[in-house]
Design a protein around this ligand. Structure first.
Ligand code: ACO
Length: 311
C-alpha cells in the first residue's frame, strides 16, 4: 500500500472517524476485519448448538420460550455479522465454506458440552457475560457496519446475560441437588469463559495492529481482568465458589489476582481437539448439506422469475 494513503487512513482512525465499506482501506485492515467479523459470526451460529441442546428439555414452558427466543437471537446476530462482513467483499457462502472446512475459526467456548440445565444458567451468565464485556467496546470500533451491528447485539446479549443469571439464582437458591448442579456448572465453565478473551497479550498475534486500527479497543488481558472483577462479586451473591484457590483482591491494582486458564488446553481446542469440536462441525456440515435443496429451490425460483420478467 502507498505510504501516503496509509498515513491518511491512520489519521482518520486516530481522529475517531468511521471507515465505511466504499472508503479506501489497507488490505490488511480489510483482511483482519473479515477474519474477526467472520469468526464472530460463526461463533454466534455455532453457539446455538450447546443451548439448542436444551430447548426440548427446559424445565418449564416459560423457560423453554425464553431459551428458544435467545437461540433465535443468536441466529440473528450471526446474520447481522455476516452482512457486515459481506460489505468487505466476501460472500456469506464463502465464509460458511471456510467454517465448514476448518479454514475459519469460531469461539473456543462452544467446544465444551452443556451437560445439565444449570449449564444454561452458566452459559448465559458467564459466556454471554464475557461476550458483552468484549462487545460493548466494539460498538466504538472503527469499521462502521461492525460498530452498528454491535449496538443491537449488545442490547440482546445483555438480556441473555440476565436470563442466565436468573437461572443461576433459581438453581443456587434451590434444593441441595440444584445447588450442586449450579456449582458444578460454574466449575466447568469458569476457565473456558476466561479463554474467550483470547491468549494472553504476550501471545496475541493481532492485538497491536488491531488496536492501532481500532478494530479492537482493548487488549485480551484488559478485558479478561474486567470480566473477573465484574463476575466474582456476582458469584459471591449467588453463594457459589469460583474454582480458583489463588483468587484474591489486590488493593493496589484495584482488581482481583486470578489464575490463568490452561493455555495448552486452549491451543489444543483451537486445533480441533476440544470435547465437542468434531460434533459441532459435523452438525454445521449436516445443516448445510440438508439445506442444499432449499438453496437450489430458491435459485430456481429466482431464475424462473427473472426469465418471466424478460418475456
Ligand atoms: N476462540 C477461538 N479462537 C480464538 C480465540 C477464542 N476464544 N481467541 C483468539 N483466537 C484466535 C484468533 O482468532 C487468532 O487466530 P487466527 O490468527 O488464526 O485468526 C489467534 O487465536 C490469536 O489470537 P489474537 O491474536 O489475540 O486474535 P484477535 O486479535 O482476533 O483476538 C478476539 C481474539 C478477542 C476473540 C477478537 O477476535 C475479538 O474481539 N473478536 C470479536 C468477538 C468475538 O468473536 N466473539 C465471539 C465469542 S462470543 C459470542 O459470539 C457469543
Amino acid at each position: 500500500d502507498d505510504p501516503a494513503k496509509l498515513a491518511a487512513f491512520q489519521a482518520r482512525i486516530d481522529a475517531g472517524e468511521k471507515v465505511e465499506p466504499k472508503d479506501w482501506m489497507p488490505e490488511g485492515y480489510r483482511k483482519t476485519l473479515i477474519r474477526q467479523i467472520g469468526q464472530h459470526a460463526h461463533s454466534e451460529i455455532v453457539g446455538q448448538l450447546p443451548e439448542g441442546n436444551w430447548i426440548t428439555r427446559a424445565p418449564t414452558l416459560e423457560r423453554k420460550a425464553i431459551l428458544l427466543a435467545k437461540v433465535q437471537d443468536e441466529a440473528g446476530h450471526g446474520l447481522y455479522l455476516y452482512g457486515a462482513a459481506e460489505t468487505l467483499g466476501v460472500s456469506r457462502d464463502e465464509m460458511t465454506e471456510m467454517l465448514l472446512d476448518g479454514r475459519m475459526k469460531y469461539s473456543s467456548i462452544f467446544n465444551y458440552p452443556t451437560l445439565t440445565w444449570a449449564d444454561m444458567g452458566a452459559v448465559g451468565w458467564l459466556v454471554d457475560g464475557a461476550a458483552i464485556m468484549n462487545q460493548v467496546p466494539l460498538q466504538r470500533t472503527s469499521f462502521g457496519p461492525y460498530a452498528r451491528a454491535m449496538v443491537r447485539i449488545c442490547k440482546e446479549e445483555s438480556f441473555h446475560q440476565r436470563q442466565g443469571f436468573d437461572i443461576m439464582m433459581k438453581m443456587a437458591g434451590g434444593t441441595p441437588a440444584q445447588r450442586r448442579m449450579a456449582q458444578n456448572a460454574l466449575d466447568r465453565f469458569w476457565f473456558p469463559a476466561l479463554m474467550m478473551f483470547g491468549p494472553s497479550d504476550k501471545d496475541s498475534v493481532h492485538s497491536a495492529q488491531s488496536m492501532a486500527w481500532k478494530i479492537k479497543m482493548n487488549t485480551n488481558d484488559e478485558l479478561r481482568q474486567k470480566f473477573v472483577d465484574q463476575t466474582v462479586p456476582q458469584a459471591e451473591y449467588l453463594g457459589l465458589t469460583v474454582p480458583d484457590d489463588t483468587l484474591a483482591w489486590n488493593e493496589a491494582k484495584g482488581g482481583y489476582d486470578f489464575a490463568e486458564p490452561d493455555w495448552a488446553e486452549f491451543f489444543d481446542v483451537l486445533k480441533g481437539n476440544g470435547p465437542c469440536n468434531v460434533d459441532r462441525l459435523e452438525a454445521r456440515n449436516k445443516a448445510w448439506d440438508d439445506g442444499a435443496w432449499v438453496r437450489d429451490a430458491l435459485m430456481a425460483h429466482a431464475e424462473k422469475h427473472a426469465n418471466r420478467e424478460v418475456a
